[in-house]
Design a protein around this ligand. Structure first.
Ligand SMILES: Nc1nc2c(ncn2[C@@H]2O[C@H](COP(=O)(O)OP(=O)(O)O)[C@@H](O)[C@H]2O)c(=O)[nH]1
Ligand SMILES: [Mg+2]
Length: 449
């Protein structure tokens, strides 16, 4: 038996042995395809009911598992298509054999994210909701989970859609003035339009600010550990993590690649990056490492400069960096005596990997810094960098439209800027705008006549 339509199948639960493993099948014809594996379901199954059945490959007669099977009708599944889910025993071989049997029957392997992509195409979710799904499964903190759940709920999408509609309304007004320039009584109120756009601008600006403040709570606050070679950076990362992650060696220039590690400190996720020691070098690989270190430094939200005060003056070293460090660590404190207090505006912490209390105080300091930088982030309408970028494009288009209106530029110019703005907000939700704008304009057109 083979099925013509594009039925996709995949193991939907995590890898490795588990109590239960889920296999998802989606596409028109998936019920019939799945049923040909189910020995115990004789009649047409009712949707959304669990059926217990032995699974047997029809082509080889081989028994694969005893599973719970649920059937979803078109329009009432995750993807919006006719779909089936198998709750198998969670053995790797079991799940793999059931999947292979489905493939042999005519399904094909789903591509990454394809179920969600189909859900998007079938209007089950918009792009903001779709993007919340990986955020949710990757959430490391309750804050990240809350933001993802909020995005998934569709509430932010509604706000974005209403924002988009307000732009389209204003655009329609401007377009109407253009279309009926000769007729009486059709003229846009410039002051009113400008006011409307200004309030949109304020709102979008707030969204972007909240989004930027929230992203580190999802992706992790980036902490770059930088400093000269042999200062003890890798040892410090290991000590912070409480396990040996980075290679530590007395020879300078050991760390070349960036080593990143996630760590949650009191509910705030951090991504620590151990970097190659910053120095001039002729070694090609080390040079790459130094370039990567500089990049990590520029992308970091918190920069920790590590120096062994016996070798390096922290102040001079600090000045060499492209940006001021947030914390200066004077390392290997077990090997030196205090030579008087250092007087910096930057907080200075003395550490030794052999003095656990110094590491604890460094961790606490980093945690507090992260909390002070990002804890104010409230719930955010925007939850990914892509959404923030698209919203920023809308902001600049709206700003240009306001300037054009103030400068008395032709309405055609204003309209084209507003069209750009509407396209950017539509991009956040994942739909094309041209059609939509046309429809809205057409609606008005009819009413106006
Ligand atoms: N005594 C002492 N030695 C340390 C300390 N931290 C690092 N070292 C040593 O300093 C050398 C360089 O350390 P490493 O972490 O590789 O430095 P990096 O090049 O900055 O990453 C190694 O031999 C470490 O064992 C410390 O707190 N106390
Ligand atoms: Mg190192």
């Amino acid at each position: 038996m083979s099925f013509q339509s594009d039925i996709i199948a995949a193991i939907a639960s995590g890898h490795g042995a588990s109590a239960i493993g889920v296999i998802r099948v989606s596409g028109a014809g998936s019920h019939r395809l799945a049923l040909s594996l189910c020995e115990d379901i004789k009649k047409k199954p009712e949707p959304r009911k669990l059926y217990l059945s032995w699974l047997r490959r029809p082509d080889t007669g081989e028994r694969l598992d005893q599973a719970l099977v649920v059937f979803y009708e078109e329009g009432a599944s995750y993807t919006g298509e006719e779909a089936v889910e198998f709750f198998c025993h969670g053995g790797t071989l079991v799940m793999q054999s059931v999947l292979e049997a489905l493939i042999a029957l005519g399904a094909r392997h789903a591509r990454a994210g394809e179920f969600t992509k189909r859900a998007l195409l079938n209007g089950k979710v918009d792009l903001v909701q779709a993007e919340a799904i990986p955020l949710l499964s990757e959430a490391r903190t309750t804050r990240a989970r809350d933001l993802a759940l909020q995005a998934l709920s569709g509430k932010p999408s509604k706000e974005i859609l209403s924002f988009h509609n307000r732009i389209v309304d204003i655009l329609a007004e401007v377009e109407a003035t253009l279309d009926f320039a000769e007729e009486d009584g059709v003229e846009v109120d410039i002051a009113e339009v400008t006011k409307g756009l200004e309030s949109l601008l304020d709102e979008a600006t707030r969204w972007v600010q909240d989004g930027i403040a929230s992203l580190p709570l999802i992706n992790g606050v980036r902490v770059a550990i930088v400093g000269p070679p042999n200062a003890g950076k890798s040892s410090l990362l290991n000590a912070i993590l409480g396990r040996k992650r980075a290679i530590v060696h007395p020879e300078p220039g050991t760390t070349r690649d960036i080593i990143t590690e996630h760590l949650v400190l009191s509910g705030i996720p951090f991504v620590f990056a151990d970097t190659a020691g910053l120095r001039e070098t002729s070694d090609a690989v080390e040079k790459e490492g130094v370039a990567l270190a500089k990049q990590a430094l520029s992308e970091a939200q918190i920069v920790v400069l590590v120096v062994d005060p016996r070798d390096t003056d922290p102040e001079t070293e600090s000045l060499k960096l492209p940006r001021k460090p947030d914390i200066i660590v004077l390392s290997k404190a077990d090997l030196w005596r205090d030579g008087g207090e250092v007087n910096f505006s930057t907080p200075v912490i003395k550490t030794s990997i052999y003095m656990p209390e110094t590491i604890a105080s460094l961790r606490e300091h980093i945690q507090r810094l992260g909390a002070s930088m990002f804890s104010h982030a409230k719930s955010s309408v925007l939850s990914t960098e892509r959404q923030i970028e698209a919203c920023s494009k809308a902001i600049s288009a709206i700003s240009s439209a306001i300037l054009a209106l103030r400068g008395g530029e032709p309405l055609e110019v204003v309209a084209s800027m507003l069209r750009n703005a509407a396209e950017s907000t539509a991009e956040i939700l994942g739909f094309r705008v041209a059609e939509d704008v046309m429809e809205r304009i057409f609606e008005r057109f009819c009413v106006g006549k």
